[in-house]
Ligand binder design. Structure first.
Ligand code: AMP
Length: 137
């Protein structure tokens, strides 16, 4: 099977601007820099996305994402941070290897547009809540 681009970065076949590395996790600058300092945190073992990675591995990645978010606020002048992980193509995932975006936010017009529209009109919220709750069991 063809290696994905993040597996190639882990194996040193493609360069990256490395920020952090341990046995399980790697963090580096996202090549697209949606905002200054936009970084990616990935698991070294290949898992497709957040929904398929084992909890313990996911927690290690999230620990590093939290650290990078704290650095953005403390030292980079960011006023906020978006922590984002896309699961499957329909949600915008383009690299099929679990990764978390850490996107420092400097002002509302800094280049990152996250539009969370209110589409609740006409939906049966009690029925949706019951359905989800039933399936959590
Ligand atoms: P997603 O669309 O959530 O799957 O995010 C994939 C991200 O990987 C995008 O933001 C890309 O800019 C980033 N990316 C792709 N190739 C590279 C690379 N070689 N080095 C750093 N970031 C990359």
């Amino acid at each position: 099977m063809e290696k994905d681009i993040f597996c190639k970065i882990i194996d040193g076949e493609i360069p990256c601007y490395k920020l952090y590395e341990d046995n399980d996790v790697l963090a580096f600058l996202d090549i697209s820099q949606v905002t200054k300092g936009h970084s990616l945190v990935i698991s070294k073992k290949h898992y497709d996305n957040f929904l398929t990675i084992p909890k313990e591995e996911m927690h290690k990645v999230m620990d590093v994402a939290q650290l990078l978010g704290q650095v953005a606020i403390k030292f980079m002048g960011a006023k906020g941070v978006n922590i984002l992980t896309n699961c499957y193509e329909e949600a915008g995932q383009t690299v099929k290897h679990f990764h978390v975006h850490v996107i420092p936010r400097y002002e509302s017009t800094d280049g990152f547009i996250l539009e969370m529209k209110n589409n609740a009109e006409g939906l049966n919220l009690p029925a949706i809540a019951n359905f989800v709750k039933e399936n959590l069991k």
